[in-house]
Design a protein around this ligand. Structure first.
Ligand code: ZN
Length: 243
């Protein structure tokens, strides 16, 4: 993969980090300190954010493997992570491969709640306000990632879950058309929110979502064209010869 460094391999899945991650990390860490007394904690928090993202991506990749699909690489980049998964062409396989990511965040909720509670009860939270703030932020980051990923905005997980659910009654093409149209509108809404908040990061995210939704829409059109062509060829083959 261009512009990235290989970090490590786990269960045959290669984890890479895109170079742009470093630029954004430097920007994020210098522009805000997140209310820590010692700035090193902002670094720990930023790394923990991507650690949680990585666990989420492994959820996708391992679930995809379970369905008999292919998943051999995960890339971390400034907007989060991408697991390159190719589940078999069945709605159930797609649904499980996508849902497993947010389910990792659901599983992490009690973990972070317990860590936070133990820090309070043991008094560690009072001895180190930075440690306490860090544990509190882990909870918020995990909730934030869970809620954000479940937005029904294709290609976010929520949008792809919507697509997989629609696939059962409507088929793979119609479901993709509806999910990508909803995703496009959601991307536009997020873009307007970015303008309202004057946030360049949310703006970049909206741009990414809109372009991915449009790609998905075009992919649905290509699938429909391929289906029609196949149908036409089948009809031609079945047509009796005319003498
Ligand atoms: Zn995901």
């Amino acid at each position: 993969m261009g512009g990235s460094i290989r970090l490590f391999q786990f269960a045959g899945i290669q984890v890479s980090l895109h170079f742009s991650w470093f630029l954004v990390a430097v920007y994020q860490l210098t522009s805000r300190r997140h209310g820590y007394i010692s700035p090193i904690w902002a670094v720990y928090e930023y790394l923990a954010l991507f650690g949680i993202v990585l666990l989420h991506e492994f959820g996708h990749a391992l679930a995809c493997r379970q369905t008999g699909g292919e998943a051999d690489s995960i890339m971390l980049w400034p907007l989060g992570g991408v697991a390159f998964v190719r589940p078999p062409d069945r709605p159930g396989a797609h649904l499980w491969s996508i849902a497993a990511g947010p389910l990792v965040n659901v599983a992490l909720v009690p973990v972070f709640e317990i860590i936070h509670l133990v820090a309070w009860q043991s008094g560690a939270a009072f001895r180190s306000p930075d440690l306490n703030h860090f544990f509190e932020m882990l909870r918020y980051i995990n909730y934030g990632l869970l809620i954000f990923n479940l937005l029904p905005v294709y290609p976010l997980d929520g949008g792809q879950i919507l697509r997989s659910l629609l696939w059962f009654p409507l088929g793979r093409i119609r479901s993709l058309q509806i999910a990508t149209a909803v995703g496009f509108l959601g991307g536009v809404a997020i873009g307007l929110a970015a303008l309202y908040m004057s946030s360049i990061w949310i703006g970049i995210l909206a741009f990414f979502l809109i372009s991915q939704a449009m790609n998905g829409w075009r992919h649905a059109a290509a699938l429909a064209a391929a289906d029609n062509e196949e149908k036409r060829l089948r009809e031609d083959a079945n047509r009796p010869p005319v003498f």
